[in-house]
Write a protein that binds this ligand. Sequence first.
Ligand SMILES: C[S@@+](CC[C@H](N)C(=O)[O-])C[C@H]1O[C@@H](n2cnc3c(N)ncnc32)[C@H](O)[C@@H]1O
Length: 346
Amino acid sequence: MPSHSWMMLESESPRHRLPDDLRARDPLGGRDCGWVEQMTPFVRQFSQPGETVFDPFAGFGTTLLAARLQGRTAAGCEVDAGRISLIRERLARHGLGDGLTLLHGSCDALDGATLPDIDLCLTNVPYFGCRWTGAAAVSQLYDSRSYAQYLDGLRDVFHGVRAKLREGGHCIAMVENVRVGDRVLPQAFDLARILGALFTMVEERVLVYPHAGENDTATSHTDRRHEYALVFRKERERIDLQATSGLLDALRAHGHAFTLIGSFARWLADPQGTPPADADIRVEADAQRLDALLRWLRGEGFSITSWGDPVALPLHFNGYRGRHYFRAERIDSRGALVRLDIGYEE
Ligand SMILES: C[S@@+](CC[C@H](N)C(=O)[O-])C[C@H]1O[C@@H](n2cnc3c(N)ncnc32)[C@H](O)[C@@H]1O
């Protein structure tokens, strides 16, 4: 793969394109189908022959075909039954129907045991506002009633991916910001935030596609012929251990009651052991005390999130019941991270 931050996709090879007769069987006419050429450089750079490439939004099997063409094992989930059969037929026509695991459903709703272990997750996410006309399915994100519900659905799916992705494996999602009605939704940036709560960001690339026609100079809108490939990796977060110890001392000094548990507590007892990726504390599920603690942290330069969502202060605790923890993070100007997970029992 070139080292440029952009990847220009010139044309789609007719040999690998979704065949017209299969396209005609799809309710959207295959208009949300990607290109094998788009996926192949990522398969090559981020996986080895024989490894498993997984697509949680398999669609027409473009990622799976790119993976099989490069000698990888392919696995995917797709909620639309019609598309599952299109994938089987498409790969069989290439003589690549073996080495393929296809699961009908959303990967977060499937029993974890049915999902394979994943070396690389490579996907093109379903877009919000696509006006799905196919069969209704509970987890069909094309059918989401609201943008918030859609983002929750994406989060659930990538949670499922995380559980099966090997340590050190990459999760790469292709996504664009979308125009829905007369507004632009920052879908790519919202997805980056969701993935950032699950994985470590490695880089992003801009994929640029050929123009459909003449350049329209009458409007300031882009023709949206670009998207992002967001590249994340599953790895233990490296935190600033000294600054984290200092934070715990400061919390005590300011009268915030907590119990230190988990890997940070173990590491303090045995500093030769595995360095922790965060500090876990337990506090009482008391709305007032939690509010005071989170405000203090905010004042010290921490961002506060709950399952990747920013938390507004003063705290409306009822909205966070059942979520079990808040995360406070501070990254300084050297890039050093302090991460505190604040668990509360209810
Ligand atoms: C952008 S398309 C993927 C196309 C694919 N990259 C290709 O080129 O063949 C997104 C797909 O996600 C599927 N989908 C939507 N919600 C899903 C979910 N929760 N789990 C699995 N698949 C889902 C849609 O039915 C659609 O086929």
